[in-house]
Ligand binder design. Structure first.
Ligand code: DP6
Length: 368
């Protein structure tokens, strides 16, 4: 691959036959949960998440031009060096949707090589970070092939649209900080199609947010998120859930702008418990919370009551608990985790994370 300096910008030339594009993209934890969707991966409700710093996926996309375009998409997806059929199928599906707008996909052989930097089988969902990293690689490839210049804003927006089509929550992993996805009347520029960074005021406490992920069970859950979303379609509480999430999101936005973190805690915990209530009351009667999850919740509530701290828990579609707290509470919280919570974690396993800056380009020679 040859790069050429043109007025200070590097343009990648496709005259040689192979390209390597690398991105790392973070995981995120939702405070307002995306649960339920319509056709084309559009969400039933707006959601809001914290982008994490330490839990991320690194993906390199290797592209080689075919001798002759054969009307087929040639793609392989490797995870930690091994061909991964399960995630590969998700990427295949995504590419089959994208090929009408990216016909050049027929002209290349694609190989994704992906690794997570969080421990394998840690119980952290990796589809958001993996799909976000893949989407960023694909939009970078699109820029190179079509020689189309996009502003940074347009580039990341396009990546968010594509990530969403692969996995809804991945739309939010395209940005750092606090991120919303879904049209919110009070937030300019928001859309069901893509996520948007949420503006925090300069001294916002959320900039100091940290996340301790308490691993109650690292096994893959019995019900995938996709199935959970599907069960919402005929859920008796579907309309109620949409209203609840919409109200919770607007209340949360207000609470954040007023620095009312006791209210932030209340809303975030209501969202986590509502998600599980919806799972339990769906046709499958799915229970993902485990006895130790409930013990941890109880301990966190007791600790908050006795200290008056504005920390809180949230939980995704699994048994593991995210303890969200703030930098200035770190010492107390670490002691609390060691004394009261570690005993409920599988093999005493927990992960130390915090609010993060968002994806990183790993092949900086590629201007995007
Ligand atoms: C509970 O994004 O994993 O984590 O769009 O079907 O891939 P698909 O689902 P996914 O759903 C995530 C659901 C959640 C809540 C959230 O992250 O907002």
């Amino acid at each position: 691959m040859r790069t050429e300096e043109i007025t200070g910008r590097k343009i990648v030339q496709l005259d040689e036959k192979s390209i390597k594009i690398g991105w790392s993209a973070p995981s995120n934890i939702a405070l307002i949960k995306y649960w339920g969707k319509r056709a084309n991966q559009l969400p039933d409700n707006g959601s809001m998440s914290i982008t994490l710093e330490n839990s991320s996926t690194t993906t390199y996309l290797f592209i080689r031009k075919k001798e002759k375009s054969d009307g087929e998409i040639g793609m392989k997806y490797y995870f930690h060096g091994t061909l991964n059929q399960k995630f590969g199928k998700k990427i295949d599906l995504l590419l089959s949707h994208l090929v009408t707008e990216m016909p050049f996909l027929y002209d290349y052989k694609l190989a994704f090589h992906s690794e997570n930097n969080f421990p394998h089988g840690a119980g952290i969902a990796s589809s958001a970070s993996s799909m976000a990293a893949a989407a960023l690689c694909l939009v970078t490839l699109e820029q190179i092939v079509t020689k189309r210049k996009r502003s940074k804003t347009e580039f990341f927006r396009r990546a968010s649209v594509i990530a969403r089509q692969g996995s809804g929550s991945a739309a939010r992993s395209i940005y750092g900080g606090i991120v919303t996805w879904g049209t919110v009347a009070s937030l300019e520029g928001t859309s069901d199609q893509y996520a948007t960074p949420f503006p925090l005021h300069e001294l916002s406490r959320l900039k100091q947010a940290r996340d301790i992920i308490l691993i109650v069970n690292a096994k893959e859950k019995q019900v995938s998120s996709s199935l959970g979303h599907a069960m919402m379609a005929a859920h008796p509480y579907r309309e109620g859930r949409k209203n609840q999430a919409t109200n919770n999101l607007s209340e949360l936005i207000k609470a954040i702008s007023e620095d009312n973190y006791h209210l932030v805690a209340k809303i975030a915990e209501n969202e986590a418990l509502s998600l599980h209530a919806l799972l339990m009351t769906s046709s499958s009667g799915t229970i993902l919370l485990q006895p130790n999850t409930l013990q941890i919740i109880e301990e966190i509530k007791k600790f908050r009551e006795s200290t008056g701290l504005d920390l809180f828990f949230t939980i995704d579609a699994g048994p593991n608990v995210h303890l969200i707290y703030f930098e200035d509470q770190r010492e107390m919280v670490l002691q609390f985790v060691k004394e009261k919570l570690i005993r409920y974690c599988e093999n005493e396993h927990w992960i130390d994370d915090k609010i993060g800056l968002g994806p990183k380009l790993l092949t900086p020679e590629l201007e995007f």
